[in-house]
Design a protein around this ligand. Structure first.
Ligand code: ADP
Ligand code: LIP
Length: 331
């Protein structure tokens, strides 16, 4: 699979879009992150063991900020925009991610999840938590997105807030869009318990040929339908402590994990996706970008809530960049 190094502005309906993130610096690298911040309540053995900032947008912007501090300092601005919504009850406005990337305020309450953790997950691929959405903020509408072009977009909803028309607008605005499957296939029962629907049965399915990557956890992968979806875009399945696999039309690759002592699995998938996008921005091959994704996923599970990164951790960039052969990236 060839991943073009330079952008291509043509985004026709049905076009089989390839990854179009340029490896060269400059304002053309601005990203668009769409998905709301939320309140997470962590419950173990019936007891609340933590209350933290959540929402994929929080974990994603945390990684993107950590991975591009020099760019941000040079421009005086972060090289990406976050479109997130919260209510007036939002308690993490001064936390680093929302403070740097303020959300839109709504009359509805902040999205809130209760995460019930099992004491032991049977395998790396077994679900280790049951999620319940107890409050939902407003959806993010196409009109909420800035009206300008971006190098890349990350659709990272957690509670159904990225509407099909919003994803379509992202595709029009961004040269390449990476999607977290959880933004597309979550369904909520009367109690808010999170379930899944088949991606093919959703209005998002027709947009897949115009998406560059879809990332799914092992639990979500059967609903994404890897065999069908890989014919439309590249699919990445994360496998917890086993790392991840990439599937494209005609091939696949396994990417090894980093060791970690897991204290809180929340945000691993989000941090993975942001690390993966960062790797592509650095000009890495998709498999090396996935290695960077594994690195940030492992870092996320090692800390409770939105993790902090020691600058030394980012020395991985030097190592991975040394492996980079040239600007045209092949898998
Ligand atoms: N226990 C772990 N040890 C090392 N890396 C992990 C661990 N759990 C998750 N990761 C990393 O985070 C990524 C996403 O985790 P996963 O559990 O598959 O996703 P999700 O959080 O969406 O359920 C994995 O692909 C892996 O890179
Ligand atoms: O753990 P993960 O799958 O990467 O992502 C999580 C979401 O699934 C969850 O709904 C949200 O409340 C967490 O804050 C986090 O964003």
């Amino acid at each position: 699979m060839l991943l073009a190094a330079e952008p291509d502005d043509a985004h026709e309906e049905g076009e089989n879009q390839q990854l179009l993130i340029t490896t060269k610096g400059g304002p053309g690298l601005e990203g668009l992150v769409v998905g709301s911040y939320c309140h997470d309540v962590l419950i173990r053995g019936g007891r609340v063991v933590g209350e933290t900032l959540g929402g994929a947008a929080a974990f994603v912007s945390n990684v993107l900020d950590a991975a591009s501090p020099q760019d941000a300092a040079l421009n005086g601005t972060a090289p990406f925009v976050v479109v997130a919504k919260v209510g007036h009850d939002f308690v993490y406005a001064s936390a680093p991610a929302p403070a740097r990337h303020p959300p839109l305020l709504c009359a509805s309450p902040t999205t809130s999840f209760h995460a019930q953790f099992s004491e032991t997950a049977a395998s790396a691929h077994a679900p280790d938590r049951e999620l319940r959405r107890v409050r939902a903020c407003d959806p993010i509408y196409p009109a909420d997105l800035p009206d300008r072009r971006f190098a890349y977009g990350l659709a990272v909803g957690v509670a159904g807030e990225v509407l099909p028309e919003t994803l379509e607008r992202m595709i029009r605005l961004c040269r390449a869009v990476l999607v977290d499957a959880q933004a597309l296939i979550r369904a909520f029962d009367g109690d808010g318990a999170v379930g899944h629907v088949a991606l093919d049965d959703t209005p998002y399915a027709r947009l897949l040929p115009r998406v560059a990557f879809v990332k799914a956890s092992s639990e979500e992968a059967p609903y994404v339908g890897v065999e069908t979806t890989r014919q439309r875009c590249c699919v990445i399945v994360t496998e917890g402590r086993d790392g991840c696999r990439l599937y494209w039309d005609g091939g696949e690759a396994r990417v090894a994990p980093f060791p970690a002592v897991q204290v809180d699995p929340t945000g691993a998938g989000d941090s993975f996706l942001a690390g993966f996008a960062t790797g592509l921005l650095w000009g890495l091959s998709a498999t090396d970008a996935a290695l960077l994704g594994n690195f940030f996923g492992a870092a996320a599970v090692s800390q409770v809530g939105v993790p902090t990164f020691h600058p030394k951790m980012l020395q991985l960039k030097k190592y991975l960049k040394r492996r980079q052969q040239n600007d045209i990236v092949r898998v």
